[in-house]
Write a protein that binds this ligand. Structure first.
Ligand code: UDP
Ligand code: MG
Length: 354
């Protein structure tokens, strides 16, 4: 599959170096250093993309910690000094964007993109990936609450240096609540059962190369399910375990409804198993009703009184229920087709800080 994908971007050097020199000068978020030491010649430019929805309580701390990581990595010669953090404000209603602007003014390594409205984590991540594509060699996506251990980025980079185009962070136990664990475990198993191709215990914490982003740019679907798309590309990938922390401040935006919708999108974007189940179940129900008819006919011919209303009413309800349920599943897919044929933009950019 990789042979069909565009081979752009792996040799050209990113333009971020020139951008950062023109960015607002100011004190660094780190008191220790304003300018990183000269890095090794071919260290990659790393962009860290962070989707944010109403995260005013955490973005400041997150920016500081991620800049610290970048600083350490560039001092060790593992990433280029032009590496940066890119916050994607997914239509926040609080002061998230104002905080990002302030952080950008203080430290040019903090950059950001404000989307015109909330488009959901998947599309916000896509906006981030496509937004930094021309400026970075590789991109790590991480949550604004830093529930994922940012220290693992170093291991991601090692795998990238060794030739991996996609490095999946996989959870090793989690500090989330019992309900959260149970719901995400349920949806995860459901998706696997229905044939969606996803990596076990992986969410959106991963490193991808520019070549991999070029590849996903070719997927024009409206309902983009990133976890599945990256597996679908087929480039060399690696898996790195990490431990999950509890959210520091603010609350989770992924409630049951969002998780359910994500699971449904994951299933219906990657598999037609539910449609097949409908066909098979439809056949079984049909067969069952034929047998029932024969059974009643036999009794009629024999002169036995057929059973009362239950024999008529129950199948009607049964078939009615089954039909409505299956129509719903078919409708899910028709809904998908409807959205895809409209080919609307998946996100709208408002302001960009670069
Ligand atoms: N998020 C987003 N848009 C949304 C919902 C969430 O950009 O519509 C971001 C959120 O700000 C966070 C990340 O996605 O950075 C993960 O969300 P959260 O921590 O609330 O979910 P959980 O960790 O509980 O799954
Ligand atoms: Mg979280």
């Amino acid at each position: 599959m990789s042979s069909t994908t565009k081979e752009t971007g792996t040799t050209t050097k990113p333009t971020a170096r020139t951008t950062t020199t023109t960015a607002t000068a100011g004190e660094s978020l780190l008191t220790t250093t304003a300018n990183a030491r000269p890095q090794e010649k071919d260290a990659p430019v790393l962009a860290i993309v962070v989707p944010c929805l109403n995260e005013e309580l955490v973005v400041g701390d997150t920016a500081r910690r991620l800049c610290e990581v970048l600083h350490k990595l560039s001092a060790a010669g593992k990433v280029d000094a032009a590496s940066f953090v890119y916050f994607v404000d997914d239509g926040s209603r609080d002061a998230t964007w104002a905080v990002v602007e302030e952080l950008h003014a203080r430290d040019a390594r903090v950059k950001g993109l404000k989307l015109a409205r909330n488009v959901g984590t998947q599309n916000a991540l896509l906006a981030g990936l496509l937004g930094v594509k021309e400026h970075a060699d590789c991109v790590v996506t991480i949550d604004a609450d830093l529930q994922q251990d940012e220290a693992v980025i170093e291991t991601f980079l090692e795998k990238y240096a060794a030739g991996a185009h996609i490095v999946y962070g996989v959870r090793r136990g989690r500090g989330d609540s019992y309900v959260k664990k149970a719901t995400s475990g349920f949806f995860y198993n459901l998706m696997r059962l229905m044939g969606a191709r996803i990596i076990k215990h992986h969410s959106e914490y991963r490193l991808v190369s520019r070549k991999a982003i070029d590849a996903i740019a070719e997927y024009r679907e409206y309902n983009l399910f990133l976890r599945g798309i990256f597996v679908d590309i087929g480039y060399k990938s690696e898996v790195v375990p990490f431990t999950v922390r509890r959210r520091g401040a603010g609350k989770s935006k992924h409630d049951f409804r969002k998780l359910a919708s994500l699971a449904l999108d994951g299933i219906t974007s990657f598999s037609i198993v539910p449609l097949r189940l409908v066909t098979v179940a439809g056949m079984l129900v049909f067969l069952f009703s034929v047998l029932m008819t024969l059974f009643y006919l036999y009794h009629k011919i024999k002169g036995h009184t057929p059973p009362g209303w239950a024999g008529t009413i129950i199948p009607i309800y049964f078939l009615g229920g089954v039909q409505i349920m299956f129509l719903g599943i078919v409708g899910e897919y028709i809904g998908k087709i409807y959205q895809e044929t409209k080919a609307r933009p998946r996100y709208i950019k408002d302001t960009e800080l670069f």
